[in-house]
Design a protein around this ligand. Structure first.
Ligand code: URA
Length: 196
């Protein structure tokens, strides 16, 4: 059922022209991972590699995210589904503007409602602001659990910020450790992670 419902949204997204980003996209990046995943990771927007392949988080940021997930003993195949605030690449990787976000966000909200994750991770300022409003600050709010409707939400730095500022990695790892503990609390008491 889940996959069928997601496919229906995908059919809509593939022909979407609700904002101008469709004009330059090569591929729509719908979202990827396990459609029954307990963890939903929300990024900002597809980049060059994602636009080329249609798969979320396959470029440099995605590779770093993959390493972090591996350290947590989480995988895309099992525990994780990944999507973005907007599903088409903004030209030159600029931040998606508010109108583009507003046009695209309902698709993501429907995906979340279908997948019903136990935990949502927001990567970076754009995702945090899209969920909690423009006065949110990632530097202040990362690492603290928030609620979005009935979902526990952990905001943390976007992997591209970690690539630009490696000294932020320590804080990001603290945030992911909290996710592991919450995962043990809500999903699997036995979840193994060699680091905590
Ligand atoms: N950055 C994002 O926010 N999302 C992607 O899918 C890739 C890079």
């Amino acid at each position: 059922m889940t996959e069928q419902d997601l496919n229906q949204i995908m059919d809509e997204v593939l022909i979407c022209k609700k904002c101008g980003l469709y004009k330059e996209r090569h591929r729509v990046v719908f979202g990827s991972g396990n459609p029954q995943a307990p963890i939903f990771i929300v990024g900002e927007a597809p980049g060059f590699e994602e636009d080329k392949t249609g798969v979320a988080f396959v470029g440099k940021s995605g590779q770093l995210l993959e390493k972090i997930l591996l350290a947590c003993n989480f995988s895309r195949e099992k525990e994780v589904y990944m999507g973005n605030i907007v599903k088409c690449r903004p030209p030159q990787n600029r931040n998606p503007v508010i109108q583009e976000q507003a046009a695209c966000l309902p698709y993501l909200e429907r995906q979340i409602e279908i997948i019903q994750p136990k935990i949502i991770i927001l990567l970076g300022s754009t995702a945090l602001k899209a969920f909690f409003g423009p006065s949110s600050r990632i530097t202040k709010e990362r690492g603290t659990w928030r609620s979005w409707f009935r979902y526990p939400v952990m905001p943390t730095y976007h992997p591209s910020a970690l690539l630009r500022n490696p000294h932020l990695k320590r804080d990001a790892w603290e945030d992911f450790k909290k996710v592991i503990l919450k995962y043990r609390e809500l999903v699997d008491k036995q979840h193994y992670c060699k680091y905590i």
